[in-house]
Design a protein around this ligand. Structure first.
Ligand code: PLP
Length: 383
């Protein structure tokens, strides 16, 4: 297959020979899981996000679950989440017996709409979870002001946004807790994995107990103390991240800034080229944002482009362009419909859902690949 015919995925991991070498080295060490690499990865992750503490877990979903437990979400507590996100954001609220309350999104950025957040606050509201959709940080200073005014906790679902900054400050310390995913399509990967960052050591300590069955010490700490006694103090889970994965994560983190820079170059190239394709509008980037571009999302205006999103999706996939859609508004999933959430709840999110396409973006993508994606759009618009 010639290179130009090779299908382009919407996202993919970057694994170099040195990533393979560190995993092999970890495999030959004394620790396959919960060894020295866990603390090392946590310190590196905290440093890169400019936070006091990072707690690593085995998925972004586990990170969100740990965050909900740490802030004390319980039965009937309402948690405000945006309608456009991956289902794990609101599922984490349900895991703890809470009630997800969906807020609409800004139609230009698809970030949570602050007016709708305020409209949905009531005495049962416990927290706000903001999602840094596509890798763009939300307006945390305003969210913080709203949360403080009503005594709410503020959580960032930063699963798209490792490497992003707002007003020069790294994502990770902008909310009470920030959750990250280390899935292969995300900014760096440990195959499966996640992390929560915070500047509150007490919350970090709670989450370390939660990820280990609710037990207050780990195997390695007991071995060091020469003791077999352990205490389980709450109902936790096995959400531990292995030493193998932490070894990979430490090595991947070193490359984050180069990879983020490449994503920004790709996004800038797309933005330039799409100026000449009427009816294709990239999402807006807010001022003072350094975007992580986990996704590059455009909205299609079917009247101007001459083709709707569903048809464009099919046509592009047929041409080997791995477009995708992020996301169906969560409450439209059958499970949420069964819980009683009705269509029409968040009109901007539903309207955007009909127009969005995520285009290929990943650090090893070439300029020629970007050009090929845009040429295919231009070609379709002329049919
Ligand atoms: C990927 C993702 C998650 C879940 O992360 P996993 O590591 O796949 O469990 C949660 N929220 C958002 C917004 C995500 O993109």
């Amino acid at each position: 297959m010639s290179d130009s015919a090779k299908p382009l995925p919407y996202g993919r991991q970057t694994i170099d020979d040195d990533d393979i070498a560190v995993v092999v080295e970890a495999l030959r060490s004394d620790w396959l899981t919960t060894g020295p690499k866990v603390g090392e990865f946590e310190r590196a992750f905290a440093a890169i996000t400019e936070t006091a503490e990072a707690v690593v877990v085995n998925s972004g979903t586990a990170a969100l679950h740990a965050a909900m437990r740490a802030i004390g979400v319980g039965p009937n507590d309402e948690v405000i989440v945006p309608a456009i996100t991956f289902a794990a954001t609101s599922n984490a609220v349900l895991y703890e017996g809470g009630v997800p309350v969906f807020a609409d999104v800004d139609p230009k950025t698809l970030l949570i709409d602050l007016n709708d957040v305020q409209a949905k606050i009531n005495p049962r509201t416990k927290a706000i979870v903001a999602v840094d959709y596509a890798g763009q940080p939300c307006d945390y200073p305003s969210l913080r002001a709203i949360a403080d005014q009503h005594g709410l906790k503020l959580v960032a679902d930063a699963c798209h946004a490792l490497g992003a900054k707002l007003n020069g400050q790294s994502i990770g310390g902008l909310a009470d807790l920030s959750a990250f995913s280390l899935h292969p399509v995300k900014p760096i990967t440990t195959a499966e994995g996640g992390a929560i960052t915070t500047n509150d050591p007490a919350l970090a300590a709670k989450m370390r107990v939660f990820r280990n069955h609710g037990i207050t010490t780990d195997h390695r700490q007991r071995e060091a103390k020469g003791s077999w006694i352990y205490e389980m103090v709450e109902l936790g889970y096995n959400y531990r991240l292995s030493d193998l994965q932490c070894a990979l994560g430490i090595n991947q983190l070193r490359k984050l800034s180069a990879w983020t820079n490449r994503r920004r170059e790709i996004a800038a190239r797309y933005q330039g080229l799409f100026q000449n394709v009427p009816g294709i509008e990239p999402l807006l980037t807010r001022d003072n944002v350094e975007h992580a571009y986990h996704l590059f999302v455009v909205q299609i205006d079917p009247e101007i482009f001459g083709m709707n999103r569903a048809s464009a999706f099919q046509a592009l996939r047929t041409r080997g362009i791995g477009v995708n859609v992020h996301y169906v508004p969560v409450y439209l999933h059958p499970y949420y419909q069964k819980l009683g959430y009705a269509a029409g709840l968040c009109p901007q999110a539903e309207a955007a859902y009909d127009r969005i396409l995520s285009l290929p973006i990943y650090p090893t993508m070439t300029d020629q690949d970007v050009d090929r994606v845009v040429e295919n759009f231009a070609d379709l618009s002329q049919r």
